[in-house]
Design a protein around this ligand. Structure first.
Ligand SMILES: [Zn+2]
Length: 323
């Protein structure tokens, strides 16, 4: 039996600190917007469980925008295997809770996928927005007057259409966007993105759809699969016509758009970093899921997004190559 100050105690302490170092510290006592979404702490706890499976957890940045009191970590998790990777992103817009909740629901499936092939998980990119139901860092909702700072804003890295040697914006719109986008680019060496899935919602639509930002656009097989899963889970799908932004919809899918989003970054073949053109992630398949938040209860949207994560995790384990 180990007494005080014995070598065994020291060994226990070393082990305990190693475990603490592996998982991301979870802030306590954070109030989460009460609409049925999981408390922010339980989202962190769910994704931290991947550390027990050999995943690496790290903090990309501590997010503490004006008006918040306790910084919240923006966490990233990487599976044990490196190589061409599946990237899963969620929680960019804080008033769209389905994605982070779906990831927590499907965490075992994601863990199984990560045991077989490289996976990068960015489960809660705007934790302050999630906790207080704010879309952006600086404003709760979209506004004509105030430029909403999205944590996914990639305009400081994406080439301008006028001059591809220059970025669309001289600098990142927030410290969070700077840190997240820099982290994504830095990880492309070990975990080059081949598939990127970004979970969103839209509270101004009654029918969902999927953006396909990758090379196959609206004919992307995985996008067609995603639409099928949503429909099977009773999510109404906008089959044709145009989005509220005027983008054409084909069988529930919208081809590549230029919106300076993190998804455009994931598909970008070139980026501009510190005035120099560099190779971008150039992921072949980039999907952005939009479930209709106003038309369906949260539990149903979470179930549909979780079903998609579960199916993709299963399919991607058994297929090789790009998928
Ligand atoms: Zn969104």
């Amino acid at each position: 039996m180990a007494g005080i100050g014995s070598p065994c105690d020291d060994a226990d302490m070393v082990l305990a600190s190693a475990l603490l170092a592996a998982a991301v510290a979870i802030p306590s006592g954070i109030a989460t917007h009460a609409d049925g979404r999981a408390p922010v702490e339980s989202i962190y706890r769910a994704v931290n469980s991947l550390v027990d499976r050999g995943w690496t957890a790290e903090v990309i940045a501590q997010s503490a925008p004006a008006g918040t009191t306790t910084p919240l970590p923006i966490v990233a998790l990487r599976s044990p295997k490196t190589g061409p990777a599946v990237w899963i992103l969620a929680g960019i817009h804080g008033e769209e809770p389905a994605g982070p909740n779906a990831i927590a629901t499907a965490i075992e499936d994601i863990a199984r996928l990560g045991a077989e092939r490289p996976v990068v998980l960015l489960p809660l990119l705007n934790p302050q927005g999630y906790a207080r139901n704010w879309r952006y860092l600086n404003v709760p909702v979209y506004s004509e007057e105030i430029d909403g700072q999205s944590v996914g804003d990639s305009s400081h890295l994406l080439p301008s259409t006028d001059d591809p040697a220059r970025p669309r914006a001289p600098s990142a719109s927030s410290p969070e966007a700077a840190a997240i986008t820099a982290w994504i680019l830095a990880r492309q060496a070990e975990y080059p993105a081949v598939i990127s899935l970004d979970l969103h919602e839209d509270n101004l639509i009654d029918e969902g759809y999927v953006y396909s930002q990758g090379v196959h656009g609206a004919t992307e097989e995985l996008a067609i699969t995603a639409v099928g899963v949503l429909r099977d889970n009773k999510v109404p799908i906008k089959q044709d016509g145009k989005t509220r932004f005027g983008e054409p919809v084909e069988r529930g899918i919208i081809g590549p758009v230029s919106d300076s989003s993190i998804d455009e970054l994931m598909s970008a073949r070139q980026v501009v970093v510190d005035g120099a053109i560099r190779a971008g992630p150039g992921a072949e398949t980039v999907l952005v899921l939009e479930t209709p938040a106003a038309a369906l209860p949260l539990a149903q949207r979470v179930a549909a997004q979780a079903a998609l994560l579960q199916l993709l995790s299963k399919n991607l384990i058994t297929t090789t190559g790009g998928y």
